[in-house]
Design a protein around this ligand. Structure first.
Ligand SMILES: [Zn+2]
Ligand SMILES: [Zn+2]
Length: 255
């Protein structure tokens, strides 16, 4: 299985920023902050969009994806997330005010979108062969992280989170963890801001990984505030040496 980075930014202050969106194989998206930057032929193949939570940097282009592909699909696109996340999307975004309620719009194959509540800690088989274990994390808007497993390994995907527990407890149960894909929104000099907004810094992430003996695993950092990129990069290098890298658009991790 592969995870391809479509967007890895946790904020936007220029045209070159791409908000968080990952492709897991050819048929699954994780979040949709910059999903409409995918080619139409790629979007048409997406069957399921897994949402980590309902903050705007993650849901922004979900509406454009549904709108632009509804007529070319032969089945509804599935949008999966925690009940709180999906409720927020339906009440405040796809509500027939801000954007159409595509779950009520009929196409030749039924509704344009179906929403699927994800049960915590229940393994979900994904289109394309991998599986996802949704795990509650310490973040608002129905925040969930995931353990994604292929036949040959598991990666931890934190989504947005501050210091948390269950995700690392679940990781500790597995002997096949290949890497941690972790949000690192702020530099260590902004630890107070990170804590207040339920995010991580390189220093906080190191404490998180020590909760499950994960120090030494490859770390792929994403969701940086672009204006802190250089400072975060320096802090990461100091904390993790060569085991941590920043994820960039176009990067592809195979597991
Ligand atoms: Zn975010
Ligand atoms: Zn968030």
């Amino acid at each position: 299985m592969f995870l391809e980075v479509i967007g890895s930014d946790g904020g936007k202050n220029s045209e070159s920023c791409r908000l968080v969106t990952m492709k897991l194989g050819d048929r699954v998206l994780i979040d949709a902050g910059s999903a409409s930057s995918l080619r139409t032929s790629e979007l048409d193949r997406i069957e399921l969009v897994l949402m980590t939570h309902a903050h705007m940097d993650h849901i922004l282009e979900l509406g454009f994806v549904i709108d632009s592909t509804a007529g070319s699909r032969d089945a509804p696109i599935r949008v999966g997330g925690s009940p709180a996340c999906l409720e927020a999307i339906r009440a405040h975004y796809m509500n027939d005010v801000v954007w159409p309620d595509f779950s009520r719009i009929r196409t030749s194959h039924g509704p344009a979108v179906v929403y699927e509540d994800l049960a915590d800690l229940e393994l979900l088989e994904l289109p394309g062969g991998a599986s996802a274990l949704p795990v509650p994390v310490n973040h608002g808007a129905g925040g969930r992280g995931f353990l994604f497993s292929s036949g040959s390994g598991t990666v931890v995907y934190t989504g947005d989170t501050g210091p948390t527990f269950t995700l690392w407890e679940e990781a500790a149960k597995r002997s096949d963890i290949k890497a941690v894909i972790a949000e690192v929104s702020f530099p260590d000099s902004r630890t107070d801001t990170a804590i207040a907004s339920d995010h991580l810094t390189p220093g906080l992430l190191a404490r998180e990984l020590s909760k499950f003996d994960g120090l030494g695993l490859p770390v792929y950092a994403f969701h940086l505030k672009p204006w802190f990129r250089q400072e975060i990069d320096r802090d990461l290098s100091r904390e993790f040496g060569e085991t941590a890298v920043l994820l960039m658009r176009g990067d592809r991790l195979v597991f």
